[in-house]
Structure formats: C-alpha cells, structure tokens
Design a protein around this ligand. Structure first.
Ligand code: BGC
Length: 765
C-alpha cells in the first residue's frame, strides 16, 4: 500500500498538472503525440449515418469522449496524467444545440430557442443582448458544455445569404456591438463563446471552395470590423475560422488573417478553431495559428505528426497553439471539475426569449393605426405559417426546443380568439401535407416547403363577414448548406400573391383591415404588395415564444421599438451585390469527404459600398431603409449638440428625444457621420453610434449621447495600411433611421490623423 502511494506521488511529481503548473511546464511534459492530439478534435458522428459513410469514411476518431454531452458538436482530447480535461463545444447562435433526449433516460434535455440574431440586432439594445446571452449561457453551463459555437456575425452582404438569419446586420458597427454584448452575457456564466465565421463567409453555395476576392479596405471596414469590435470589447474565448478563402487562401490557413490581423493588430488572446471540416491542409492550419482543428480526423492527426517529425512543421508553431488552447482550458467548467447540474431555469430563459422577441420585431407599416388590436376583436388568420410558426432556421443554428407557441395560441392568450373555421381548415391541410413528406430527410436540411393553402372565394368572404380583421402570415425558412432563391422565396409565390389579393379585397370591401406578419429569416420583397396591407409586422424567426411575442405587439401589450438592421430593397437587382451572387463556378466537381462542391470565386466589386452605403451612393430608394421602424407613439428630436466644434481626441454629440404621442414607448436614435473626402473616397454617411431610450411615458424626454473617438472618424487607407482620419468638416447626423435624419451638427478636424497603423495583410492576389 505504502509503495503505491509513493509511486503515485512520484508520478504526480514527474508529470506536472495543469492546475498548479505553468503552461510551459505542462507543454514540456507533453509528448509530441499528445500535443498533436490536443490540436485535433476528437471527431464527430453524423446522426443516422452508417459508419462507412461517416466523415472521411472513418467515423469517430482519435478518442471516445465526444459523447460527454450527447448532441454536442465536438470535444477536445483530455490528458488525465497532466490534469488537462477535454472541452465540450456545442452550437449555436440561437440557443444551445444538444440532443433533447438520451438513450435509457426518461428526463429531457431541452434548450431554449431564443430569437435569431437578425431579430436581436433589430432591438439595437445591447443590454437586452447581454441578458439574452446571460440566459443562453446559463443553459450552456447547466448542461456541461464549455464553449457555445456562437454568436454568428458575418455581414448580411446579400439578401439571399442562406445563413443571414444567424447573423446580425449589414452594418459592421451594429454587428460588432451586438456580438460583443452577446459574448459578454454568455461568458458572464464562466463558459466560452466562438465568434464565427471569421471571415467573409457570405455564401452557403460552394462554401468550402469559394474564393472571396475582396479589397483590403472593404475587409477592414466592413467584413472584419465587427469581429474587431467583438474581440476588443468582449474577449471571446474562441474564434471560428470560416470555410471560404479570402484572396486565394483558406481563412483557416491564413497567417495574415489569424496571426497578423487577429493577434498582432487586435491583440486577441483566445484560440481559433476551424469550422467543421473546414480548410484543406492541416499543417498550414497549424502554422497559421488555427489552433484547433474541428471536429478532427485521423488523417489530420497523421499529417500534422508527420510534418512535425520531418521538421516541416516547427515545434514552436505547435507549442504556440497548444499554449493558447491550454489558456482557455484553464477558464472552463471542465477544468474546474464542475459536474453539469442539468437543471437550467427554463422559465426564466423563456421569459427573456419572449421579451427579446417582442423588442426586436419591426413594425414596417401601420396605416391609420391599424395596430394595435383591442382585446375582444376576432381576427381571421390566414397563411400556413400562422398555424406552424417558424421559430428559427435550420442546420447547426437550429435548437431542440421543447415547444413553439403558434400565432393562434398567442392571439388566443392575448384575448384575440382567431376564427375557428379557418383554424380547422388550415390545421387539417398542414397535417395532410406533412404526411406526404419523406420520413427521412437529409441531415440538417430544411423541411420541404408546404405550398400556401388555396382559399375559396366563399371561405374568404365568410371570414371577412364574420371576423373583424385579417391577419396574414408569410413565412420563409432557410439554413446552412444552401442560399436562398429569388423565385418563390425573395419574391412571393403565386399562391401567396393570390391569398394576399383575395383576403385584402374581401376585407377591405367590408371596411376591415389587413395585417401582414412576416415570419422570415431574411429580407423578402415587399414593395409590390405592401399597398394591400394596412399594417406589416416583421416578426423575424422569434424563437420558441414566437406566438406570444407577436401577440404582445399585435395587442399593444408591447409597443414596437425594433428597427431594421438591414436594408429592404424594392427589387433584388437594386442591390449591387446581386450581380455576382453567389459566385462563378469553374472546373470539375471536387469530392470533399462527405459532400461535393465546385471550385468557385466571387468578386466583391462593390468594395465598401454595400447595404445602405450602396443605396446612398447609387441614389436608389429602398423599400424600407436601414434603421427604419415604426412605433405606436411618436418621438420628436431636439436639436443635437456637440461638445466641441474642434475635434481633439473625441467629441460627444447629444440629443433629447421626447415621446410626443399617447402611449409609452422606446426609441432607437442613430448617429450617422458624414466625413470629408480628401484623398479617400467616403460613403455619404456611416453609422457611428446608436442608443435606445428607456420606456418613455407620453410627454417624457431622455437625453442620449454618442461619443466619437478618432477611430470613428477614420477610414482604412490601403496605401499606408493605416486608419486615417482626414482633416476637414465632419457632419454628425442624428436620425430615427438612415433616411430620416432629424438634426445635424458639425465639427472640424484640423489636421490629418493617423489613428492606427496595422499589418499589411490580405492583399488581393
Ligand atoms: C457550421 C458551424 C457549426 C459547426 C458545428 C458547421 O457546419 O458552419 O457554424 O458551428 O458546423 O456544428
């Protein structure tokens, strides 16, 4: 007995433990094989797929701990002899994605489906994002996950981007601020995040092969800027590199992106992981500081080990990556040895999900106060999605929630009982259509779209006679692996147009109003049909509390305060990115393990002029501009004031916003800056600040202020690889949207200012 204790003591002495030792000591004690094992994840099983067809034909690899939390996306290796635990990582942006049930257990493991990122961004409320993140993170913690694979924060470059719903906005400042608040909220639980997909991952089509050709200025100002803000203001534990190439190099293999920009320029301290099976060359990934390769395959492990043994890959590069991973492991619940309680507070999370959903819905139109509806009115509810609401998108961004509140259930609970005959007809139709769907749909793909139910004239006329108002819901689902289409998606289908026309004519003939609810994950065309509606509510994909949150707005329990984070164009072609999207294919199809793709390329020829920057430059009128959204009350803006007429380090612009209507409400005020054009071309104006009032009672005012630092004035100058603020007259515009400026105030910058010099990186080939 004695010698066993002595031997254990000696082993413990011989093998430093992560707790109580420095990374250096642990790294020195690791074998080369152990180091390589830490850099390559433990593999992944694709549910329902036979072993022979598993990724790269190998199935689960290297180790066996991927089942610590069933349904998690991956794990890292653990080394008991060194006291280094494995990390569990799981998706994704709208809530934790794990399996809701486990074999031989009667209890469930549901997670809360929060609203999608585009909805959250429409709240323009960083405090709300923090609280949503805190609630999401508490479930991550409760279920024994160390890192949640979110938030997603790519830019909404084009309306058809299949994963736009997982992302915040077309604007990098709004994106960065939202992501930072979300990360801070999640990480306040002592669990980590992975901001993704770094960077310029704006297409799902050929996402594993596409080469994005984009200038350095557009990269720095648009596609990297949000990530920079999130890194600097929230310190995410991890960053996920993207699938695509930028200017010829896979992002996960790019020392320019991962070492120069992320680490040298921004001072990032966490670790980088690949997206799942992303990139081609594991050795190049290690060299580029893509610390962790996920989910990990034996081939990658072998390639790295061989390169290290042959001297092609330096030990220093391996150690640097191991070191960064160990730093984060030290922060994790797994390192603290915390056993999962598996008992999250779902009720509290659902309450936040509902509040967030209502805060981020955008009222696009409200003629003659069509909304809110007073209790007791009986709506006739049309459209299949009213009865089968879409709570979130598909793919890795999906959440296994316990329930989704339908619109009819939400209305009912709000005292707006929907017309029963229609409900019966729709529910029967949906059931029959779903019965026709194939039982085994491909893993991760959206369900087949159910065509809109055809309505008879008698049905519509009867509804118009017996109910007091029409509510029509239009829905769109999208997700990973595919971009959206213009036909029957961006544009309405013929069946949807017919429904709108029929309902609108019948109800208006009776002097009754028509409300349209958009249950969509991204932009759709609205200009051609909006006259047929009296009110349009953009409800997005609102998470599991969907029906309650929509009813909160429709009933007036919550006064809408959301504003658009992305421009709604009149026609798809009005957006300059429409021309090349989603890229040119060339060459033979390539087999990428368990899926195929063609080589593809895309030029971001519009440079920095995308989103509202493009509509402004090209003088194109959008259907609904960036930053736009209505309220049930009105807000007046006082004249903005500036703290100094000459810029010296910073200036503060302030404005007093008054609720001049009849109900309490909140307003999002936005600050756009118009900068002088000297050497550099500049957008007409750019968002540089925003603030949301508290709930203001009628007649109440609040003063909001926006501080502009030197960086807010600067543009990226490719010639000098620096952020430069050019001298001259600046105009700060305070508005209720990008096209509803309520006041302007100027200040001067006397001399050109080099605000920051950064690496010369990511040049076009
Ligand atoms: C997605 C990531 C996700 C990962 C793990 C990939 O297909 O692009 O966003 O985190 O899978 O599920």
């Amino acid at each position: 007995m004695l010698w066993v204790a002595a031997l254990t003591g000696a082993m413990a002495q011989g093998a430093p433990q992560l707790k109580g030792s420095s990374n250096r000591q642990v790294i020195d004690a690791m074998t080369l094989e152990e180091k390589v094992r830490l850099l390559v994840g433990m593999g992944m099983r694709i549910p329902g797929m036979p072993p022979a067809q598993q990724p790269n034909g190998q199935g689960p690899v290297v180790g066996v701990t991927q089942d610590r939390v069933p349904g998690a996306a991956g794990t890292t290796a653990e080394f008991q002899r060194l006291g280094v635990p494995g990390l569990v990582v799981a998706d994704g942006p709208a809530g934790l994605r794990i399996s809701p049930t486990r074999p031989n257990e009667s209890r469930t493991y549901y997670a809360t489906a929060f609203p999608i990122a585009s909805l959250l961004a429409s709240s323009w409320d960083t405090e709300l994002l923090y609280q949503t993140g805190a609630a999401m993170g508490s479930e991550v913690k409760a279920y024994g996950v160390d890192v949640i694979l979110g938030p997603g924060m790519n830019i909404h470059r084009n309306a058809l981007g299949g994963r736009n719903f997982e992302y915040y906005s077309e604007d990098p400042l709004l994106t960065g601020k939202m992501a930072a608040a979300m990360v801070n909220g999640i990480q306040s639980n002592g669990v980590g995040t992975s901001i993704k997909h770094f960077a310029a991952n704006n297409h799902e089509t050929n996402r594993n092969t596409i080469n994005v050709r984009v200038g350095q200025r557009a990269l720095r100002e648009i596609y990297l800027r949000g990530f920079e803000i999130a890194v600097k203001e929230s310190n995410p534990w991890t960053v996920m590199s993207s699938y695509n190439k930028i200017n010829g190099t896979y992002t996960s293999e790019s020392p320019d992106l991962l070492l120069r920009v992320l680490r040298d320029d921004w001072g990032y301290k966490g670790f980088v992981m690949t997206d799942w099976f992303g990139g081609m060359d594991p050795v190049a990934q290690v060299k580029a500081g893509n610390d962790l390769i996920m989910p990990g395959t034996p081939k990658q492990y072998d390639a790295i080990l061989a390169a290290a043994q042959s001297g092609e890959l330096s030990l220093a590069a391996i150690d640097a990556n191991v070191n960064r991973i160990l730093d984060i492991i030290r922060l994790s619940p797994s390192f603290a040895g915390q056993a999962p309680g598996n008992n999250p507070n779902h009720e509290a999370a659902a309450a936040i999900a509902r509040r967030a959903a209502a805060e981020g819905m955008v009222l696009l139109k409200n003629e003659a106060a069509a909304l809110p509806l007073t209790a007791g009115r009986q709506p006739a509810v049309f459209g299949i999605y009213a009865y089968d609401l879409i709570s979130g998108g598909t793919g890795s961004g999906d959440v296994n929630e316990a329930y989704t509140i339908s619109l009819t259930a939400g209305l009912q609970a709000a005292g707006l009982a929907p017309l029963a005959s229609l409900q019966t007809a729709y529910e029967g139709y949906i059931k029959d259509e779903k019965a026709k769907h194939p039982k085994n749909r491909p893993f991760f793909m959206p369900p087949p779209v159910i065509p809109e139910m055809a309505l008879t004239a008698a049905q519509v006329n009867e509804a118009a006679r017996t109910s007091s108002v029409a509510i029509i819901t239009l829905g769109r689902i999208s997700g990973e692996f595919a971009d959206r289409k213009t036909e029957n998606d961006y544009y309405l289908s013929e069946a949807e147009k017919t429904m709108l026309r029929q309902v609108s004519e019948a109800f208006r003939a009776q002097g009754k109003k028509v409300i349209v609810v958009l249950n969509v994950g991204g932009v759709i065309e609205t200009a051609s049909w909006r006259d047929q509606a009296d009110a349009i509510l953009l409800a997005w994909l609102p998470g599991q509390e969907a029906g309650h949150a929509i009813a909160d707005i429709i009933s007036g329990r919550v006064n809408p305060s959301g504003k658009l984070p992305t421009t709604f164009a009149v026609r798809y072609e009005d957006d300059p990115t429409a021309t090349g999207f989603p890229g040119r294919e060339y060459g033979e199809e390539i087999n990428l393990g368990f899926f195929k793709a063609r080589p593809a390329e895309i030029d971001y020829t519009e440079g920095i002029y995308m989103g509202y920057r493009a509509f402004d430059k090209n003088g194109v009128e959008p259907a609904w501009p960036f930053g736009y959204g209505l309220s049930y009350t009105r807000f007046t803006y006082g004249a903005p004031a500036v703290s100094a007429s000459r810029f010296k380090g910073s200036v503060t612009v302030s404005v007093t916003v008054t609720n001049s209507g009849n109900v309490a409400g909140r307003e999002v005020a936005q600050l756009y800056l118009s900068a002088p054009r000297q050497q550099l071309d500049k957008p007409e104006q750019e968002l540089k600040g925003f603030a949301k009032t508290r709930l203001l009672a009628p007649g109440e005012s609040q003063t909001l202020s926006f501080t502009l630092d030197a960086r807010a004035l600067a543009s990226f100058d490719e010639a000098s690889s620096a952020w430069v603020a050019e001298k001259g007259q600046y105009e700060a515009r305070v508005g209720a949207s990008s096209r509803d400026i309520r006041g302007r105030v100027g200040f001067q910058l006397r001399k050109n200012l080099v605000v920051a010099k950064v690496s010369r990186a990511l040049a076009m080939e």
